[in-house]
Design a protein. Structure first.
Length: 173
């Protein structure tokens, strides 16, 4: 996958793929604005991402909700790590039968040289921000339970029942 988000698609669908890099939230806002100004407002964002910057994912998710855009994970697409926080921003959220959504622990700190108490503060602040985001998007913050149990080098793939229970999908198609 690309090392930062790539945008393509025509009409009212925007395909977003690649890793979420710092600065991608600003790039996404620019892309959505450009399409809207061109008379082609985006109605659905198709996601295919391994994740990346949690802060950018949260900002993108908030922007999608503000613009009332839906999110979708196609049959062969993935949405891992920070990507579910973008996905949660969709007004209508769909994971197709072959699509996969997965979570794990995140890293929020700016420096690996922080004293332990400062690193814990960064992590706790970051988790609180994620919980607030999920709650604001109508997703059950209990989603963080499997995420926090899964080491950063692994991915916990949510099954159909969990997607519904955590209210990640708005309809179980």
């Amino acid at each position: 996958m690309a090392d930062r988000l790539a945008f393509d698609g025509t009409g009212d669908r925007l395909n977003v793929s690649g890793q979420i890099a710092p600065g991608d939230a600003e790039r996404m806002v620019q892309e959505l604005s450009r399409r809207s100004e061109a008379g082609e407002p985006v109605r659905v964002v198709n996601l295919d991402s391994t994740g990346g910057s949690v802060r950018d994912a949260l900002a993108i998710g908030r922007e999608l909700r503000e613009r009332e855009i839906d999110t979708d994970i196609a049959d062969s697409a993935i949405c891992f790590s920070a990507c579910p926080y973008i996905f949660a921003g969709g007004v209508e959220r769909t994971v197709n039968q072959g699509g996969r959504l997965g979570v794990h622990q995140h890293y929020f700190g700016e420096s690996t040289f922080l004293p332990a108490f400062m690193a814990v503060n960064d992590i706790q602040r970051g988790q609180a921000e994620v919980m607030a985001h999920l709650r604001a998007m109508g997703v059950d913050p209990a989603l963080l339970e499997p995420a926090m149990r899964t080491p950063p080098g692994e991915i916990y793939i949510l099954d159909r029942q969990e997607l519904v229970e955590f209210r990640l999908v708005t309809s179980d198609d």
